[in-house]
Design a binder for this molecule. Structure first.
Ligand code: NOJ
Length: 560
């Protein structure tokens, strides 16, 4: 077993924070966030306790899919700054001990990318085979269309090319042909470029689609073993920087997702977002029942020792509920998004957490207490730390991508000089407007959500058991309570959460070995609960409450 000192697995105990440069902080008053603005705000992230920034795409884009349609992989969108600004930001981040990863979006390019423009212009173009072409529409299964609001097929005929091309997402995002070795080389070059500028790895967009070879003529020959390609990518990254990571977007059922970690040594993706547990959490919240989370944790495949699951509550996309059954999804819709206007793609909700929970601080805090204590590495989406809401006047998923709310006032501190018309993404209205929800108001308020999240992060960072430990889910007879335990190098934590709106008392039976005599509440260290010699322990949890305990032996007070 590795120790935290020489293990070097920094991602095991990290806190990730996803942000979009465009909406984070505007330094020059043009209404668009930029790298200089982000560099100015790094101390906010340090104060919160975040250790890794995940940058959403910041490359030149046709902007049909908010930056996920790239027109040049080797520079910065000029609206966000220059490559020089990026390097300065990296230096500022690194000097504060922050690591940075970036979105790697290579399943597809923008249709406006010069590669695609060349590919479509002539069959002899050297880029023709960089994309996936067919004389007739290729194979397609029900459910293949990811964005059914705007697309009806994953094959579209290009007039100029006279052929159909594959696009898993919008038609303006043609899929790259990874069966072509030249494409694989170029992807490696893109990664190498940004690694050289100091990244610690990538969040890899749409990994299952990237590996897919259906529809590629001769695909099975060109890419006989898709997972070998993922191994190659990881090996390449490792050669460029030994401790760099790939954090994959793999929204698949657990049984299929496990393969993306690779072998027992974890030679493919370093981290995978845990979509099934995230969805189970919302079902549990809707039912005030811990059962769905418990089942998800028990079903979750064991990750290789050097790998890690990434735990999250919300991200920049819709809250997808696609892994729930139809009836379960309807339960969550009924609880957190009954209006059709907030439901998207038939599978999700275009909402942030606080409005879904009716602004109930107890439940919001319960979610972040859970998030920091569930096995895995927590990943926050910007604005979660202050409880930002969504703006449903914005189309589709854009509802959750409003500007960061720094201070009160019409512009939320986004830019003092900006013309509000330039802000293409207006803030939410009351009670989630910048006047009600902002960083300045919460920073110095010990009772704010910001202070709560910061305190949870601080404790998570002090408890390496959470990132490294062996996890077990404890049996008891209170349906609304989730109790799990994390053991590591002789240290043990007990994490208790109550999803019901009434106080509950949970009777637990801990194993007699190793002997534990008491446990201390990590957020109120004066509170210690006795554990009887046969391992019996009683924990009372307030309505929607979460308590974290360290199990202790004898009189020892170390690790308090
Ligand atoms: C997944 C990203 O999270 C989403 O925002 C994007 O639209 C698609 N991939 C396509 O890149």
């Amino acid at each position: 077993m590795r120790s935290t000192q020489t293990g070097d697995l920094w991602w095991k105990t990290a806190v990730f924070y996803c942000l979009d440069v465009q909406t984070f902080c505007d330094s020059n008053g043009d209404g668009v966030g930029d790298f200089a603005g982000l560099a100015d705000r790094l101390d906010h992230l340090v104060e919160l306790g975040v250790t890794v920034i995940w940058l959403m795409p910041f490359y030149p884009t046709a902007d049909v899919d908010d930056g996920y349609d790239i027109t040049d992989y080797y520079t910065v969108d000029p609206r966000l700054g220059t490559l020089g600004d990026f390097v300065e930001f990296m230096r500022s981040a690194n000097s504060r001990g922050l690591r940075v990863i970036a979105d790697l979006v290579v399943n597809h390019t923008s249709a406006k990318h010069p590669w695609f423009q060349s590919a479509r212009s002539a069959a002899e173009s050297p880029y023709r085979d960089w994309y996936v072409w067919r004389d007739e529409p290729g194979p397609e299964k029900p459910g293949d269309v990811v964005f059914p609001d705007r697309e009806t097929s994953i094959w579209t005929k290009d007039r100029k090319a006279g052929q159909y091309y594959l696009h898993r997402f919008y038609r303006s995002q043609p899929d790259l042909n990874v069966a072509n070795p030249a494409v694989r080389d170029e992807i490696a070059r893109v990664m190498g470029f940004w690694m050289r500028l100091g990244l610690s790895g990538f969040r890899v967009d749409a990994v299952p689609f990237l590996l897919e070879t259906t529809g590629i003529e001769g695909g099975a020959e060109g890419l006989p073993q898709p997972h070998q390609y993922l191994r190659d990518l990881r090996a390449f990254l490792g050669r460029r920087s030994g401790d760099a990571i790939l954090l994959g977007e793999v929204n698949l059922p657990f049984e299929q997702a496990r393969a993306f970690f690779g072998d027992e040594d974890g030679d493919e993706l370093t981290m995978l977002f845990d979509f099934p547990t995230m969805q189970a959490m919302y079902l549990g919240l809707a039912r005030s029942d811990a059962g769905p989370i418990r089942s998800a944790l028990l079903a979750r495949p064991h990750n290789p020792a050097d790998s890690q699951w990434a735990v999250f509550a919300r991200n920049h996309d819709e809250l997808t509920l696609d892994k729930l059954s139809g009836a379960e999804r309807q339960e969550v819709f009924a609880a957190f998004g009954p209006d059709e206007g907030v439901q998207v793609y038939g599978r999700g909700l275009r909402r942030r957490l606080p409005p879904m929970l009716g602004g109930d601080q107890r439940r919001i805090r319960l979610v972040y207490s859970l998030m920091m204590s569930l096995p895995g590495t927590p990943t926050l989406f910007y604005g979660e730390e202050i409880g930002m809401g969504e703006n449903l006047d914005l189309p589709s998923r854009m509802a959750v991508r409003t500007p960061m709310q720094w201070r009160s006032g019409k512009l939320g501190g986004f830019s003092t000089a900006a013309d509000p018309d330039l802000l293409c993404r207006p803030f939410p209205g009351p009670p989630y407007s910048p006047d009600e929800i902002n960083v300045v108001a919460q920073r110095h308020d010990p009772d704010s959500l910001f202070s709560f999240v910061r305190e949870r992060i601080r404790c998570y960072r002090e408890c390496p058991e959470l990132g490294w430990g062996a996890v077990s889910v404890l049996e008891h007879d209170v349906p609304s309570a989730l109790v799990h335990r994390s053991d590591w190098l002789g240290r043990s934590l007990l994490l208790c959460h109550n999803l019901a709106d009434t106080e509950v008392t949970v009777r637990l039976s801990l194993p007699a070995e190793p002997p534990r005599t008491r446990c201390v509440d990590l957020f109120d260290r004066a509170v210690q609960l006795p554990i009887s010699p046969d391992g019996a322990l009683e924990v009372t949890l307030p309505a929607y409450g979460g308590r974290w305990f360290r199990l202790l032996t004898g009189e020892s007070s170390d690790l308090l």
